[in-house]
Design a protein around this ligand. Structure first.
Ligand code: UD1
Ligand code: CA
Length: 460
């Protein structure tokens, strides 16, 4: 295809039917705002430019799109309809030659391939407008496609303005169009808002083009899922289901086992190698999972990287962290941002790790908090280990060098360093750094009074 359209995404509407303070296009589908799905699609197809029309909550929408470069925004000050939204981009587009692909911020399931086919057809047919349609069993809410006796598209009727007869039409407008730029703006200038909603409808352009004998082609998409418009939270849930199924299928085809796939949510940005097994209730976002990992039920993994053969046990949360080869985390563990575990590390149940590194073979098997710490090779942290890293004002660092053994119920009052191969007796509060190979004991001496238990109990 040697055809590079400008792409204009309409995203200024409030989304009344969402009943939300959040602008509609910022509602998330599979962990990503709707508008990001549309932008990913726009940038994936050949284009000359990509622009977004913003309005309601414009600043928020713009901010959420910061990670996309080469993107321009046009402001539609008042939301007076889709034709008016396109006009917001007129100043820029009118000076361009060629064609504009208009996408809708709430139609997120279109496939790249389908859009490319649409553009090819638009090009080969030298059409003034090529638009996406589909047939729905329940077309309620969508604009209906009007065709003449020769089956040519002659107009679009919005639901609110349609007669009882027109309401029976099952072919709907998906709100996705490719226009020849000159023809589009000539017709846009003539549109009025004399309709039931008092809006300037982009759909009215179609009838005007037909009246001028310009070529308009309606392309029915076979799969109605692609054209789903997200107007309310029910449709949002429907769209999420469709996308979830697509993503899961992709991974299963690549050799990933999903046990209870309907209950596993993986975003479109995650990469998973083959022979990974994922159990029900797992959510994964923006992560990279190497081969032979196992992720047990109800775990949540975000912005993280799991190396080959790691085992994430039930109910574990991993955020912005790296887990080394053959390491085990959980059940019910929490890796908070900037944690980095080496090879064959063990983080056991009810252990929280924050901004800390564990070198190869280190272990914290039970009920611990490790924050702002460097844990050396083969270190063993006993049950109830705590880094006291925060003095109420600043965070301090704990360093535990290679081969240290820390007995249960010990606390490190940071900043503190334990020299390599030291041994900390259980129940010790470490307040001073130690040289290597030290024995550290810091606990109250035990007092034993034989036979006193009975006397004591009698008294109390
Ligand atoms: C629109 C179409 C309808 C089609 C449906 C497909 C019109 C008049 N109707 O209806 O034929 O079946 O999409 O999903 O075009 N927007 C603006 N500024 C505005 C109004 C809307 O930017 O002033 C944006 C919205 O943010 C949204 C898109 O345009 O992303 C579509 O608007 P929406 O109100 O959802 O239109 P529908 O009623 O769904
Ligand atoms: Ca819509």
């Amino acid at each position: 295809m040697n055809f590079y359209p400008h792409i204009l995404i309409l995203a200024a509407g409030r989304g009344k039917r969402m009943k939300s303070e959040l602008p509609k296009v910022l509602h998330e589908v599979l962990f990503q705002p709707m508008i990001h799905h549309v932008l990913d699609l726009a940038f994936a197809i050949p284009h000359s430019s990509v622009s977004v029309v913003i309005g309601h909550g414009g600043n928020e929408v713009k901010k959420s799109c910061e990670s996309y470069s080469n993107l321009q925004f046009f402001e539609q000050k008042e939301q007076r309809g889709t034709a008016d939204a396109v006009r917001a981009g007129q100043g820029f587009l009118e000076n361009q030659t060629g064609h504009v692909l208009v996408l809708s911020g709430d139609v997120i399931l279109l496939r790249k391939k389908s859009l490319e086919n649409l553009l090819k057809l638009h090009e080969s047919e030298k059409a003034a407008c090529t638009l996406v349609t589909t047939h729905l069993n329940n077309p309620t809410g969508y604009g209906r496609i009007l065709r003449n006796e020769n089956c040519q598209v002659v107009g679009i009727r919005e639901e609110a303005d349609s007669s009882a007869q027109e309401k029976k039409i099952t072919e709907i407008n998906a709100g996705i169009y490719c226009f020849e730029i000159g023809a589009l703006f000539k017709s846009l200038a003539k549109i009025s808002n004399q309709n039931r909603q008092g809006e300037f409808y982009l759909t009215d352009v179609i009838e005007l083009l037909v009246q001028q004998n310009a070529k308009v082609i309606g392309v029915p998409f076979e799969d109605p899922e692609e054209t789903l418009g997200i107007n309310d939270r029910f449709a949002l849930a429907e769209a999420e289901k469709v996308l979830q199924k697509r993503v899961n299928r992709f991974h299963m085809e690549n050799g990933v086992t999903l046990q209870g796939a309907d209950n596993i949510w993986i975003d479109t940005k995650t990469e998973i190698a083959s022979d990974v097994t994922i159990e029900s209730g797992v959510r994964i976002r923006k992560s990279k999972i190497a081969s032979h990992c196992k992720i047990e039920a109800n775990s949540r993994i975000e912005r993280s990287s799991l190396h080959a053969g790691t085992k994430i046990r039930q109910g574990t949360v991993i955020d912005e962290s790296t887990v080394g080869e053959k390491t085990t985390v959980g059940p019910y563990a929490h890796l908070r941002p900037e944690s980095c575990l080496g090879r064959e590390v063990k983080i056991g149940n009810f252990v929280e790790v924050k901004k800390s590194t564990f070198k190869d073979g280190a272990k914290a098997s039970h009920l611990s908090y490790i924050g702002d710490a460097e844990i050396g090779k083969e270190v063993n942290l006993g049950c109830g280990f705590i880094t006291c890293n925060y003095d109420g004002v600043t965070k301090h660092k704990t360093v535990i060098e290679d081969g240290v053994f820390v007995g249960s119920d010990s606390q490190m009052v940071a900043p503190v360093t334990l020299g390599a191969r030291s041994y900390v007796a259980s129940g010790t509060t470490v307040t001073k750094s130690t040289p290597p190979e030290s024995l550290v004991i810091g606990r109250v001496k035990q007092v034993t009074k034989p036979g006193y238990a009975k006397k004591f109990l009698k008294k109390t």
